[in-house]
Ligand binder design. Sequence first.
Ligand code: SF4
Ligand code: SF4
Length: 231
Amino acid sequence: MSVGDFTALNAAGLNLQAVFDLDQLPADAVAALRRRYDPAHRYRQLILIGHGGRSLWEAVKASDIRSENPIDDFSVRTVGQWFSQQFPGRTPEIIYPGDIPADLQALGSIAGWHHASPFMLGINAEWGTWFAYRVVLLADTDLEPTRPLQGESPCGRCTEKPCIAACPAEAMDGGSFALNKCIAYRREASSRCKATCVARVSCPVGSSHRYGDEQMRHAYSISLREIERHR
Ligand code: SF4
Ligand code: SF4
């Protein structure tokens, strides 16, 4: 069993990595993954790769990638290059980006990255909400599984909960998150949330990692486009 060398991923802003042995993960999730991708049980590990903060966006901008989904395309390319350098001759199955039969937030919880925030994004003490899942792969590797990121949910100690009051759609006022209110507000012509989430920005946790304006516009215009596409 070897300790993973993630230097190249860290340098590209893909600075969150979690390695799981498949038998560490919930049996039903593994069964669904095996059914779809690995009926011959070739893979022993699942590697979850994410980004925290702004460095990935800077790396994407500095790259030669010009596409509709530059972050996804850059992430997949970078992870593919990293894997083939680290494990020559082996072929992983990249299962995300894509429609995987596994819950990314559940994987994030096991990795210690995800605690639920009032507005349903994941949060942790180190990065706040300023992180995201980028690539998931199945691999026949023998890396040492990573230890979960430590720390409790910052929301438990946050007494004032400024995110709830900041939401112009009052989407959290009922004690749970009303996605329909959020979506309806985001679609309004004069919405303040076309290219941001005012509640997310109001959270003080991990604020030094908050995305810049351009990265926010990129992320939230994609989600608004998806909302419009599925109406
Ligand atoms: S403002 Fe407080 S309750 Fe809201 S997401 Fe941040 S830590 Fe959690
Ligand atoms: S995107 Fe806007 S409406 Fe939706 S939760 Fe965030 S602040 Fe509220």
